[in-house]
Every structure is written in structure tokens, then in C-alpha cells.
Design a protein. Sequence first.
Length: 494
Amino acid sequence: MDPVEKHLLNLTRRQFFGKASQGMVAGMGLSALGSMLAGSASASTASGGGGVLGAPHFAPKAKRVIFLHQMGAPSQLDIFDHKPGLEAFRGQDLRAFPEIFQGQRITGMTSGQASLPIAPSIFKFNRYDNNTDEGLMVSELYPHTGSCAKELCVIKSVYTEAINHEPGITYFQTGHQQPGRPSMGAWMSYGLGSANDNLPSFVVMISQGSGNMQTLSARMWGSGFLPSEHQGVKFRAGGDPVLFLSDPKGVRRDDRREMLDAVNAINELEHERVQDPEIMARIAQGEMAYRMQMSVPELTDFSDEDPATLEMYGPDVNKPGSYASHCLLARRMAERDVRFIQLYHRGWDQHGSLPREIRAQCAATDQPQAALIKDLKQRGLLDDTLVVWGGEFGRGVYSQGALSAENYGRDHHPKCFTMWMAGGGVQPGISYGETDELGYNIIDKENKGVHVHDLHATMMHLLGIDHERLTYRFQGRRYRLTDIAGIVKQDLLA
């Protein structure tokens, strides 16, 4: 919505006529202004959840998204991109293959190495039935996820321009490598609004892995220049899931209601005076916080889950802050129509001792994410829930540091990596895109490559949004999540 339209929408009849009498809206026809006000009101309220679109641009396949961000960049060559032929090239310098290496920019961590020795994966791969003749090859590290092959849309041809973690994660979360843009969850909240009056439309959960941890700041789930009510709400592992959820000692719920009413009255007076839309956002956030005091404790209480379900998610499911507990919480949020659920699992940054570190990371994530898919499916939620898994880029085929029979490291690799999606209108049981014999470049990148913007455009399409039409005017131009790019990858759609 244009800021002028938004401002006019917030005007009361008394304010409008008062200002009109003072000549503040001189020259603007009353009928034209009334039409603008009516049009703006219908656009923002038709959805019932505050979404600026009022309704999706077209019939959506998905109602919500669960984004499982594997922070630090998992090695696709050790989990999903099976390259048995690499063994013939073991230890050879990648630079000896200029048609493959193509003078690629690499990080300062390996640019000074005398050699870039090719490092085949030491892990076995198993074939899983995914309704295709070839089946899906998945590493022995991910047997539970492999068992979901019939539901997975595995994309081996994702790519990005970002080569370091901070811009890479920012790119995936906001569609731009520089900070300051709204996060994808904020865009979904802004466009579609909330489908649940008692929980935020955008929730974030963070679990700690066992490897090298990258910095994760709140701006990754921020609202940028969008109204602040659309920023993500972070759920914590210890104490209250949300800060200040519990009332202080001596404060009753009735007291809290009276305090909130008093603050709202003051805010409404201030809004009447200055017409700052952020004041209305604060009122909405205060009311949501009040309702969350009842809804969040019920959401996070697993006592109503049957033992078989808890067992399915694995031994860490009752450990607050674990990836397993967050996957189960994600399913519970999906049941309650939370619009965008963002999980970050840290620790995938494996520059050295990769075999040891990746075993621990896969052990922590494999069973819970497979359980999430199976749990959503058995409850009839997978069809309209889009689950997305992946990191900010991939890992290179050469070893960072010395290569031995049982040990190697892998540096950042943005030119090709693997992500998967499930449910929510994507084609189940397919593998999309291929990489060359060294797993270094995308084959047929022009047609089969999936850029960050393409992934965002496709996700939005599944939610019923034309990514070119969901925009926000800021500092003289209209912005969108996909910036000036993005192609909906029709081959990924069911």
C-alpha cells in the first residue's frame, strides 16, 4: 500500500473534516478521496488478518511455510549430490581442470593453498524409492530423511553470488546481500496477514549445533522498512519462550488488561496528533502480547502429544532449544496456522575435520526433520504446508587444508548446492538439476539453475503471490523480496 494511502486510511472522519476546514486538503475532491479511502480499507481488511493484499493473487497451494535453515552451509557432496566418479580424481589439483574451475573466486581461507586437492566423500550413499526410475541417492548420514524420498523435491542446482556467511544468510533471508531489507517472513506477513489471532504470523526458533557457529542477528528476521508488526517473534529455549510472557509477581491478569488499556489510550491520542502508523503497530503488538500470554504456554506444552509421536521426533524432543523440539513446535504452529515458521540450526561451517563434525550435525537433524514431514502428512497438513531445507551456499569439492584418507575440510561454494522442498504444491519424489562430474558447476544452468531469487519467487507463487506485485514504496522506489529478478520454476510445481 502506498504511504499516502496508508496515511489516509488511518484518518478518522472527524480529523478529515477538521483538516479539510483548515484547508489542509484543499484541492482534493471529496468524492475522489472517499473512493481512495474505501479502496484502501477494502484492500487491507478483506483478509481479516491485516494482509495488504486482502487475498492472494491466485489460488494458493500452500497456506504456510516452515523454513529449515541449516546455518553454515551443509556439504551437498556428503549428503545429497552423489559423485562416485570423484574417487578417480582423489588428490588432484582442481586448478588442473580449468574448464571446471573457470578461475572462480574462492575465499581467502583457501586462495593461498599451493594445491586444491579434490576430496571425494568418504560416506556411502543409499538409493531410496522416490517414484522415479533412478530413485534418490542419499548419504548414510541421512537415513531418516532418505526414507521420505517420495515426498522430497530435491534441487541440486541452487546457486548464489554470496561467498561468505553474513551476506549469504542475509541474501537468503531478505533477497539482498546488504542488511536493511525486510526478511521473507516479514514479506509474507505483510502480504497475507495472520491466520491466527492469538499467535504471531512469523515465528523464529534457533538451535545450537556442534560445529563452528556463525553470528546470527535479529535483523535476519526483521521487518526492515515494512511496519514493525511484521517482524519475526523469536522463541527462546529457556525460561519464558517469549521475553516478559509471564506477569511479574503481584500483577494479576486483570491488572495487565487495565495497564494495556491505559497505554493504548495514550497511544491512540498520540496517533491522532501525529498520524504515525508505527503507533498503531505498537498497539497491535501489545494486544498480541496479551493474547500470547495464554496461547504460547499451551503451544509449547507437549503433554498432550502421544508417546509414539514424541518417539518419532527422537530422544532430544523434550530438550528445550533442540532441533527436535523445534521441529515438533513447528508442526504444532502449523496446526494453529502460523504463517511463516523459521528454524535456524547452527554449526554447519565445516572447514576442517568435516567427517567428524558432519556426523554430529546430521545425527541432530536427520530424525526430527523426517518426523516433521511424516507428522504433517499423517495429520493432513503437508499438502498445504511448504517445508524448505537448505543452507546459504554449499561446500567445494577440494579439501581445505591437508587431505587424508579419513579427513578433509571443505570451503564455501556458491556455484551449486542442494536444497529440498516438500509439500505445499511442489512435485514430490523428484530430483531437479544436475552438477558436472566434479560436482563443481551446474549443468544447463540457464534452464535448470535455481537462483536465490528464483527460490523466493517459487515459494511466493505457491502461497498465491505474484512476486512482482507484492511491493512496498520506500525512499522513492518500490521494493520487493525478489528485487528486480526471480523466475517461478514451473518444473518444481505439482
